[in-house]
Design a binder for this molecule. Sequence first.
Ligand SMILES: [Zn+2]
Length: 285
Amino acid sequence: MTKRVVTDSMIGMRMPDIDQWSDLVTVVLGQNPGMFSGPGTNTYIIGTSSRPILVDTGQGIDAYMPLLRQALRERGAEGLQEIVLTHAHPDHNGGIAHIRAEFGDVQITKKPWPGRDADLPINAIDDEDVVVTEGATLQAIWTPGHAWDHLCYYIPEDRALITGDVVLGAGTTVIPPDGDLGDYIRSLRRLLDFDADVLYPAHGPRIHNPREKIESYLAHRALRDEQILDGLKAGVTTIPELVARIYTDVPEYLHGAAGMSVDAHLRNMVTEGIVRRDVDRWFLA
Ligand SMILES: [Zn+2]
């Protein structure tokens, strides 16, 4: 049986601090590399105005601000129209305070997530809403699963899709304990409808074969389901045992993350009525 579909990984990957990806889009690296964030969070300066949009803010690392200032200067810009967020995870919204200290009370636009958003007024948007700036349009697409509030943004002028944490430049997305794999798979399918030329992910390099990439993510999840069901059929009942059986090619320090993934698959199979759970043991229904 095939062992894995997605074979690349962001571990050790490097990217330039500032990179112009189109006439409309410059990416500035959040300076927060790590196991889950790869080279760090991509933040996007978007539009041709002297006050463009910033999509995502990084984690609040000091070394980021001079790079953001430099990237704005290189685009002939001096301020920000607003901050637009993909979702309320700390490596995406953690830089808000730094940016507002520098540029004033910049408006924050996102889908609200009560209890999870920074304690700041939010300009609420939702699925199919549009954020306009000079030269570019961001069409919001509600894509829950990795995070309940997650919005991707389609930029028709570039036929580009900002995918946040739904599709990454390499490796696969984490579905955290408060995430939902069923929602995530529906979100991936929805992104296929946009037929974008390029994906701008929140971590890692841009993706020039969107359809192939998204279909590989769907195939990856289908394969994991199959491997987990095989394990349950063989009488394996716990997540650590399933991880040991399935992730034989993955170093042990990643087994915690692998366990989170197996948990997300099992929870989804309970929702679908395929699996039942008894505390920390799992069985075919
Ligand atoms: Zn995230």
